[in-house]
Design a binder for this molecule. Structure first.
Ligand SMILES: [Zn+2]
Length: 185
């Protein structure tokens, strides 16, 4: 059993001013363990509203909303990929691309952010679809041309609008943070 010792430091007053943000540094007697640093808020109200981490407080509700907006965006992107999967896979299965490097290069030309060639090959070996090895939703006009040929343009357009709205909501959402004053050790 190793023994440890924890030192407490005041970082700053909590946001409402009734308590303190504390830093706890635990050091261990055995030489191979580094010190552990954790933070806490000694105020009941603020500890429910904020989390203390390295360098700043993060507003918990803002942070949860941010995670939820990010998930909405990921879901909107997945919905586009799934909806257009047959057309995307047919496009890249065209024998004119001949090998995986050429498929990957075509994805780059279309700005679809394909995986790098090594991971592209690994993905194909694992049975992944072409639509899973890139980000098809990044090129709306290319997808629209694929969708138009099969009567899916209108529905695709609604999915792409939903993605753009999700990006705007995610990017404009602000997560309140309060930075700690310069660390005094
Ligand atoms: Zn407080």
């Amino acid at each position: 059993m190793s023994t440890s010792e924890t030192d407490e430091f005041e970082v700053m007053a909590c946001p409402c001013g009734a308590g303190l943000v504390m830093k706890y540094v635990t050091t261990y007697e055995n030489a191979w363990s580094g010190a552990d640093t954790t933070y806490g808020i000694s105020c009941h109200k603020c500890s429910k509203e904020w989390s203390a981490g390295r360098g700043h407080l993060t507003h918990l509700e803002d942070d949860r909303a941010n995670t939820s907006l990010f998930r909405t965006l990921m879901d909107a992107e997945d919905a586009i990929t799934k909806f257009m999967e047959p057309e995307i896979d047919a496009y890249f299965a065209n024998p004119k691309f001949r090998d995986m490097a050429k498929v990957q290069r075509e994805m780059m030309r279309l700005s679809l952010s394909p995986r790098d060639i090594r991971n592209f090959r690994i993905g194909r070996a694992q049975g992944k679809r072409y639509s899973e090895l890139c980000r098809p939703f990044k090129n709306r006009s290319w997808l629209t041309s694929l969708a138009s040929g099969v009567g899916k343009a209108e529905e695709l357009s609604a999915l792409c609008d939903a993605r753009e709205a999700a990006i705007a909501a995610y990017e404009t959402h602000n997560v309140r943070k309060i930075h700690f004053p310069a660390d005094r050790r």
